[in-house]
Every structure is written in structure tokens, then in C-alpha cells.
Design a protein around this ligand. Structure first.
Ligand code: ATR
Length: 290
């Protein structure tokens, strides 16, 4: 890669960012397609956000990814946001379109692409989604457009209810909510065609945790876990052990990145290259020399 006067800069902003896989995924894609782009990561604290966005405008940085804790706060500094952001209330992708900053949220599209790439089209399914945080909001919206029925179960019932209320204006009563508890899980999973974990349960350093006990899983219930650290969560391991199909969260990470890449470059993302770059980075020894 040659950095030169014309090189377009894409950056991740958030805190922390140093262990993000995004620089690796995007730079691999830019190099593969020989695009004059580079991707870097900037640690930005909440109180530095306004100045950071001024800096993006004055330095004419081409594009951003936005991660925790800035996904919601950043909206007030943008010129426009797309319909998904209006519903989800969070931005993970920004394009600097000749001085106009436009916000997008590609998480939902990423989840949808990951499912389809694994031959799990959501069409005509009943999907149980666990969690009602930012990730769940984004995927519920995208999936509701394509599926028959969605049940959102969350530890804090009010959050699931509020999400369903927001979705109901567009999707009517095909999206419902409930409390994430054993009895309701048992009932809802009996009728489900797909289970998606959008809670943080099972994420490093709590690898021993799982949102669903093994005895509620079954061979004909595919499981998609959005957690990607570890790559194979306890939930996925147990789903696999009962014979169910599993989809790892890394797929979602790569596909949401691919959707951002396409917004920034107008080119089709080289998915396989991005996936391999992410896998390589994850498998590399965490020695700091990666
Ligand atoms: P993200 O942006 O990744 O969605 P988030 O907005 O903080 O992160 O949401 C985290 C989700 O994981 C929430 O649905 C949260 O449930 P609550 O709304 O009740 O907080 C869920 N979650 C986190 N820890 C959990 C736990 N120990 N048990 C059950 N759900 C949990």
C-alpha cells in the first residue's frame, strides 16, 4: 500500500479501539482491490466528539466507523441520517459526501447478509432474538422487513417493549416482546425457526455464560450468536453439540464492514478477503507484534 497525497482516509472512532478488527478487515479489502484508501483507528472519548467531528470536516476525512460509546451521541453532529438510523437511533458508519456528513447503520444489513451467506434466509420464519440493546435494535429492524414473526426477549422487559413499540408503527404486530426467562424461552423456542443472541452473554471474559440452557436447543433450530470474542461461544458450542447449525458473530462483523465499505467506495466488497483477514487477526498470537 502506498500512502500518497490522494489517499482517502477512513477511520474508526470510539473508546477503546486498539483491539478492533476493522482496520485489518478494511485495509485488506482496499489492498485487494488496489484502492487508494487507508483505514486507521482513533481513540476518541465522549467529551472529545464535537471537536473530532470538526476535525473530520476540516481534514476532509472520507469516512468513519463509529463504535462504543459514540454511536448515539454522534448523530447530533451529522448533516443527514438514513431511515435505518432514524429507527435504530445509532450510527456505525459515516460518509463524508463532499463536506456533507451522512450517517448510516449497517449492523442490520450485516446480520441479514451473514444469514443469507449461510443459507439462512429469514423469509417466512419465526425468529427469537435475545437482547434489546443497540445491536438488537439494528437487526430487529432489518429482519422484520423480511421475516414472518419476531419475538424479542430481554432481561429488562421495558427495553424490549420500547423497541417493539418503535417497530410496531412500521411492522404492526409481527414483532412481539417478552422477558428473557426460562419459561418463556422454552415456549418461544419450541415454535422458533432461528435463534439469534444479541445480548453480551458469553462474551470474553465471561465465556462460561450462555443465555440459553443446552436442553432448550435442538438440531432443527439454527443459532446465530452476534458475540465474536470468543469466535465460538458456549451457546454455539452447545448448539453444535445437539446437532444444530451455527453462525458465528464474526460473519456479522465482516458483513457490516462490507456494507460500510460499499457505501464508502461504491465497489462490491471482497467478502472472502475480509473474512480471512479477520480470522487471521483473531488467530494471531496476542503478542502486540501483530
Ligand atoms: P449492544 O450495543 O451490543 O447491543 P447494549 O446496548 O449494551 O450492547 O445491550 C446489551 C444487551 O445484552 C442488552 O439487551 C442487555 O440486557 P438489559 O437490557 O437487560 O441490560 C443484555 N445483557 C447484558 N448482560 C446480560 C445478562 N447478564 N443477562 C441477560 N442479558 C444481558
Amino acid at each position: 500500500m502506498t500512502i500518497q497525497g490522494t489517499t482517502k482516509i477512513c477511520a474508526l472512532i470510539g473508546d477503546p479501539v486498539e483491539h478492533s478488527l476493522s482496520p485489518c478487515i478494511h485495509n485488506a479489502a482496499f489492498q485487494h482491490l488496489k484502492l487508494d484508501y487507508v483505514y486507521v483507528a482513533f481513540q476518541v472519548r465522549r467529551e472529545e466528539l464535537a471537536k473530532t467531528i470538526q476535525g473530520v470536516r476540516s481534514l476532509k476525512i472520507h469516512a468513519l466507523n463509529v463504535t462504543m460509546p459514540l454511536k448515539v451521541d454522534v448523530i447530533q453532529y451529522l448533516d443527514r441520517v438514513d431511515d435505518v438510523v432514524k429507527m435504530v437511533g445509532a450510527v456505525n458508519t459515516i460518509l463524508n459526501d463532499e463536506g456533507s456528513l451522512i450517517g448510516y447503520n449497517t449492523d442490520g444489513k450485516g446480520a441479514l447478509m451473514a444469514l443469507k451467506a449461510n443459507n439462512e434466509s429469514p423469509a417466512d420464519k419465526k425468529i427469537v432474538i435475545l437482547g434489546a440493546g443497540g445491536a438488537s435494535r439494528a437487526i430487529s429492524y432489518s429482519l422484520a422487513e423480511e421475516t414472518r414473526e419476531i419475538m424479542i426477549l430481554n432481561r429488562t422487559l421495558e427495553k424490549a417493549e420500547s423497541l417493539v413499540k418503535d417497530l410496531s408503527s412500521k411492522f404492526g404486530n409481527k414483532v412481539r416482546s417478552g422477558k428473557l426467562c426460562r419459561n418463556l424461552l422454552r415456549k418461544e423456542l419450541t415454535e422458533a425457526d432461528l435463534l439469534i443472541n444479541a445480548t453480551s452473554l458469553g462474551m470474553h471474559p465471561n465465556e462460561d455464560k450462555t443465555p440459553v440452557k443446552k436442553n432448550l436447543l435442538r438440531p432443527d433450530l439454527p443459532v446465530f450468536d452476534l458475540v465474536y470474542d470468543p469466535l465460538e461461544t458456549r451457546l454455539l458450542m452447545e448448539a453444535k453439540s445437539v446437532g444444530a447449525k451455527t453462525i458465528e458473530g464474526l460473519a456479522m462483523l465482516v458483513y457490516q464492514g462490507a456494507a460500510s465499505f460499499e457505501i464508502w467506495t461504491g465497489k462490491k466488497a471482497p467478502i472472502q478477503v475480509m473474512l480471512e483477514a479477520a480470522q487471521e487477526k483473531i488467530e494471531a498470537p496476542k503478542s502486540g507484534i501483530v
